[in-house]
Write a protein that binds this ligand. Structure first.
Ligand SMILES: [Zn+2]
Length: 459
């Protein structure tokens, strides 16, 4: 961090009224926007936010450089950690190191791809026991809604999960089977009574079954196997069930822009629906995916350039609420099978460490400002999942912060990422904007010493 001159600059102090830490900068992003400010931290929480020049006294003082912006730590509500059971795909230590390096201070772990999946309280306790000692950022958990576990939903809710994930088609792992639409609606009914949230992988099984099966190295063939209509239909089913039950529902990883008008109409009518999309749908396009490049395979798929433009427009007009990673790695063998066969490769894109740089690089070329991008990746996902004390620089929140150099440029190299498996469609990509330091509860994160905590839903 630089120590460029900002005035005035009292030195660190030990007085009884001093904060544990004071950060000062010309560009601090609070709910009021980017402004010169001082942030005082006490006992791990933000205790004061004052205009620059207020002269807050701290035992430690960080003066931000003129080229640095202080951001709230990002909240990534869509991360597949896979531990225990598939720890060779990704684990809590590697995933949370990657998160910290990318300015993400809270992750919510998806209930599948680990063994056990998080579909019972016992399984949740197993995962918490594994995650706790090795988390470099805060970690919370989603529960899973699968056929036959409706009796587990209330106990999992009471144990602190942020909501429940379901699939409407096979998930890719046998131990996490999908719900059919009537089962989804019955679970929504239960969740409505709990004021919990159902988050849905919305692709329709019948539509996918009727589409050409994916095979071979041509990306166009893979894209044809996951038509937009599969998303459109499944999203319609989610909207109808949410309307009938009054439950809160959330569409995961929206790719098909065709669904946007129906989503907007449902929201206008009062259906309690939120929507996320991911960096890969906002930065990559089908036209540019090389044949055999299975690092780009994800479900739903990366679509055409016009679709990408429509997703950007929907973020800007508020139809899409937030941007989260859907970080879903696998081993190199599974992700990049011989011959580059899209039908065989594991689907999922790893971007936990790169998300802010990716979205910011594209956003600035589209004239979208940093405040807006950061809201999509911090306060919005925190609000969607009701993560307490996270997502904005505000008095009372945890002092989770990121120091960002918005004009820094670098090239992403997969071998330099903390992700466990070196596979990424972004390898070699030039990026603008880089996280220089990340703070968790007022302490700069040290990638050798895990200080993350396990968190539960508000209330
Ligand atoms: Zn996912």
């Amino acid at each position: 961090m630089s120590t460029d001159d900002l005035t005035p600059r009292p030195t660190a102090t030990d007085g009884p009224d001093a904060f544990d830490l004071v950060l000062r900068g010309a560009r601090v992003l609070t709910a009021a926007g980017l402004a010169p400010a001082e942030v005082g931290v006490r006992d791990g929480a933000i205790a004061a936010v004052e205009p620059l020049g207020a002269g807050l006294r701290g035992r430690r003082v960080v003066e931000l450089g003129a080229d640095e912006v202080l951001l709230p730590g990002l909240v990534d509500t869509h991360v597949h950690v896979n531990e225990p059971g598939r720890t060779e795909w990704e684990g809590f230590a590697s995933a949370t190191r990657a998160a910290a390096a990318g300015g993400v201070t809270t992750i919510l772990d998806m209930p599948l791809n680990s063994i056990p999946p998080t579909v019972t309280v016992d399984a949740l306790e197993t995962k918490r026991a594994v995650a706790g000692p090795q988390a470099f950022v805060d970690v919370g958990f989603w529960g899973g809604a699968v056929p036959g576990n409706d009796g587990d939903l209330t106990p999992l809710h009471e144990a602190g999960v942020f909501g429940f994930k379901c699939f409407l088609l096979p998930s890719g792992v046998d131990e996490f089977p999908p719900l059919d639409p009537p089962e989804m609606e019955r679970d929504m009914d239960i969740l409505a009574g709990l004021d919990s949230l159902l988050i849905v992988h919305a692709e329709d099984a019948e539509t996918i079954d009727a589409a050409p099966q994916p095979h071979g190295a041509a990306y166009a063939d893979f894209l044809a196997s996951r038509p937009r209509d599969a998303e459109n239909r499944a999203i319609r089913a989610v909207i109808e069930a949410a309307r009938r039950t009054g439950a809160r529902a959330h569409i995961l990883h929206l790719s098909s822009s065709d669904a946007l008008p129906e989503i907007a109409a449902a929201r206008a009518e009062g259906v309690r629906l939120t929507v996320e999309t991911c960096p890969h749908y906002l930065t990559l396009v089908a036209e540019d995916v090389p044949d055999g490049a299975t690092a780009y395979k994800c479900c739903p798929p990366i679509r055409e350039a016009g679709n990408r433009d429509a997703l950007w427009a929907a973020l800007q007009d508020g139809t899409i609420d937030c941007v989260v990673s859907d970080h879903s790695p696998a081993t190199v063998d599974l992700k990049q099978p011989e011959g580059g066969d899209f039908g065989v490769a594991w689907g999922g894109v790893s971007s936990l460490q790169l998300g802010l740089s990716l979205v910011w690089t594209e956003a600035r070329s589209r004239g979208v400002d940093l405040e807006t991008v950061v809201a999509w990746m911090s306060s919005r996902p925190a609000a969607m999942a009701r993560v307490p004390r996270k997502g904005s620089i505000a008095v009372g929140n945890d002092a989770d912060l990121a120091v960002f150099g918005p004009e820094d440029t670098y090239e992403a190299h997969v071998a330099e990422l903390h992700h466990k498996n070196p596979v990424s469609p972004y390898d070699g990509k030039g990026l603008t904007g880089r996280v220089r330091a990340t703070y968790l509860r007022g302490e700069q994160i040290d990638l050798q010493r895990p200080t993350g905590r396990l968190i539960t839903r508000a209330g």
